[in-house]
Design a protein around this ligand. Structure first.
Ligand SMILES: Nc1ncnc2c1ncn2[C@@H]1O[C@H](COP(=O)(O)OP(=O)(O)OP(=O)(O)O)[C@@H](O)[C@H]1O
Length: 648
């Protein structure tokens, strides 16, 4: 019984203990549930944060990608800018190199200029010396000639005396040193040195005898024509006085200059009047002779005007003279920059002048009378013209209208030559291509002068081959059956005074009478011949010196212009270099600014990168755990940075 009582008691105790345990379990369960609820709440909060962080991460990623694209764009820009800088630097280097070269050539040119000036100075000195010597010599010769003239008069008197009362044979033999005395005297010329028009030695010579006076005297005929002044030009007749045989130039503070010619056509003379002196050439053509009519002068002096008038009048004359027994052919050609063009066709310029010339010959049919002038006009209108400082429509080429007439008396040729302007290069203000063109014009005009001088001096070698112009003119220029007429066209304008003087000086030189040749043909005295040979030598030396001087002056001018041209180019290049340097500096500043901007962006990006990295869902730590940052950090978040970024 006692044991059951004890058991009951034990049971009651256990029940109480159980109840207590049950209570504590319930309590514990409650506390666990509370704790669980709290944890779940916290988890919920963390998940929300995570989602926010993921969202932020997405935004950051977007920004990062945008920044990355921008950075690569900037990098490309930087690369291209660097490339441009490099190319500018290369250009700058090249320009500097070019500048050096220009400077070097300028120095060389300067040196050649000095040398040329020195040569010119010596040539001028020589020319003065020769001139003085020549003047002295010519005075001596004049005395000598006077003596000869007196001798001749004496001989003539004696001859008259002999003819009136024939002496015994022995007497004649004694008086006459050679059996041909009578013959000699008959063929001797009268040399009236102090004739009224002795100003011009060509007309100061008259003769009796059987040889052809014109053949020796008129090898080259020089006509001077002045066109009327235009409305914009002034002609001061006190400074430039023109009459029919003399031109006097009286510039202020300068020695006055006189030029004398056989024929001077004053301003306002008609082309018909000028043509009267050329008509002879057309007649010569009909009888199988040759003629060359050349218009020379500065740009705008009226060469084309005169030549066109003369061609049209010559054609009219030919129409009257030529019968159906004659064949007529025409060539209209243009020489430009040492190239030839057939103006009767659309063919381009060619260097092969012989072939072009052969092709250019056009045989005219029987109705040529009505067509030839029209054809010539059409051809002339095709000439190369340009605007220059001196003429609005300046012919920059030499034009030749060439008629060949084949008839019963032989083949006659006439060349009408309208030369390109002879103005000095400095005046035309030519540069570059135009300068080259002007130099070639000058070269061919010099070659023409040389040929004419050689013809006048009866030189053995005539330098036709020195230019295309002279080669083409060879058939009519020179030769005993040829009449050469040079029409020296001048402008009366005060602005063109220097050019007019050059043209007139050339005219005088061309017309310098070949007195020596003329007299030697008729006098047989050895002493006179020797003296004349000397005189002729002196004259040809003087002429050659004057030509050299003229050439040197032209060369000097060309060099000066070329130098100026180069100086201008150097100045332009220097300006360009300066501008490029300025541009480079601006670009460098721009690049620097872009670079700084890019640098700022990069550091901002790196900062955001660090922030994104701190928002790891697995390693979420309390804000206080990240040093110096109050933003939660995501650790082990796998953002793969591009290599380029990490390397930067
Ligand atoms: N005798 C003249 N009478 C009236 N006007 C003239 C005379 N000569 C020339 N002229 C005028 O002067 C101007 C220049 O003449 P032209 O073109 O013949 O000169 P150019 O020497 O041939 O020049 P370029 O060498 O440049 O060709 C033209 O307007 C022309 O009509």
């Amino acid at each position: 019984m006692a044991s059951s009582e004890a058991l009951k008691e034990k049971l009651a105790k256990l029940q109480i203990e159980f109840e207590e345990f049950k209570d504590s379990c319930t309590e514990y369960e409650e506390s666990l549930e509370n704790e669980l609820a709290e944890k779940a709440k916290k988890l919920e909060e963390t998940l929300v944060k995570c989602r926010d962080a993921e969202h932020n991460l997405e935004i950051m990623k977007g920004k990062y990608q945008k920044n990355e694209a921008e950075i690569s764009k900037l990098q490309t820009e930087i690369e291209s800018l660097k490339k441009r800088i490099r190319s500018f630097e290369q250009q700058k280097y090249e320009l500097e190199h070019l500048n050096d070269q220009w400077e070097k050539s300028a120095r060389i040119l300067e040196y050649s200029k000095t040398m040329l000036e020195e040569k010119l100075y010596h040539a001028e000195e020589n020319a003065i010396m020769y001139k003085e010597e020549l003047e002295e010599l010519s005075q001596t010769k004049q005395v000598e000639m006077q003596r000869l003239k007196d001798q001749y008069q004496e001989l003539k008197q004696e001859l008259i005396h002999i003819e009136v009362s024939p002496p015994p044979c022995e007497k004649l033999q004694r008086r006459s040193p050679t059996p041909s005395l009578k013959h000699t005297v008959e063929h001797t010329i009268t040399i009236p040195i102090s004739r009224s028009n002795s100003k011009n030695p060509s007309r100061a010579v008259s003769r009796k005898g059987s040889f052809d006076e014109n053949a020796s005297r008129q090898s080259v005929k020089v006509l001077i024509t002045f066109r009327p002044p235009t409305s914009s030009e002034t002609w001061d007749q006190q400074v430039l006085a023109i009459d029919e045989t003399t031109i006097q130039i009286k510039e202020k503070n300068k020695e006055s200059k006189n030029f004398e010619f056989e024929k001077i056509f004053v301003p306002g003379t008609t082309t018909e009047t000028v043509f009267q002196d050329i008509e002879e050439s057309v007649f010569k053509l009909i009888s199988g002779g040759n003629a060359c009519i050349i218009a020379y002068g500065q740009t705008g002096s009226g060469k084309t005007y005169t030549m066109n008038g003369i061609i049209s009048l010559a054609l009219k004359k030919l129409e009257e003279l030529i019968t159906e027994d004659y064949d007529v052919s025409l060539q209209c050609i243009e020489i430009y920059n040492e190239q030839l063009k057939n103006l009767l066709s659309e063919d381009p310029f060619s260097k092969n002048w012989k072939e072009t010339l052969a092709k250019a010959e056009m045989k005219l049919s029987n109705d040529w009378r009505s067509k030839s002038w029209e054809m010539v006009q059409k051809a002339i209108s095709r000439r190369t013209t340009k605007f220059t400082e001196c003429n609005e429509r300046s012919s920059r080429s030499h034009a030749i209208v060439w008629f060949t007439i084949t008839g019963p008396t032989g083949v006659g040729k006439v060349q009408f030559v309208d030369l390109a302007g002879s103005e000095r290069i400095g005046k035309s203000q030519a540069v570059g291509e135009t300068l080259k063109e002007a130099l070639l014009i000058n070269k061919s005009l010099s070659a023409l002068q040389d040929v004419i001088s050689a013809l006048e001096n009866r030189q053995k070698h005539i330098p036709y081959r020195n230019s295309m112009l002279t080669q083409i003119l060879q058939p009519t220029l020179g030769g005993s059956e040829s009449i050469v007429t040079m029409i020296m066209n001048c402008s009366p304008s005060m602005d063109s005074l220097n050019e007019t003087m050059c043209t007139l000086a050339l005219g005088s030189r061309v017309k310098a009478v070949d007195l020596g040749f003329f007299i030697r043909k008729n006098l047989v005295t050895k002493e006179v011949e020797r003296t004349l040979t000397l005189l002729e030598k002196e004259r040809s030396e003087k002429n050659s010196l004057l030509r050299t001087l003229d050439k040197l002056q032209r060369d000097l001018e060309s060099y000066q212009i070329a130098l100026k041209d180069k100086d201008n180019k150097i100045a332009i290049l220097n300006n360009r270099i300066k501008q490029r340097e300025k541009d480079n500096a601006t670009r460098k500043i721009d690049t620097f600014l872009i670079f700084n901007k890019h640098k700022k962006k990069k550091s901002r990006y790196e900062e955001s990168d660090i922030r994104v990295g701190s928002l790891s869902p697995t390693n979420l730590v309390s804000p206080t755990s990240v040093k110096g940052s109050r933003i939660p950090t995501l650790v082990n978040l796998k953002i793969t940075k591009k290599k380029t970024m990490t390397s930067k």
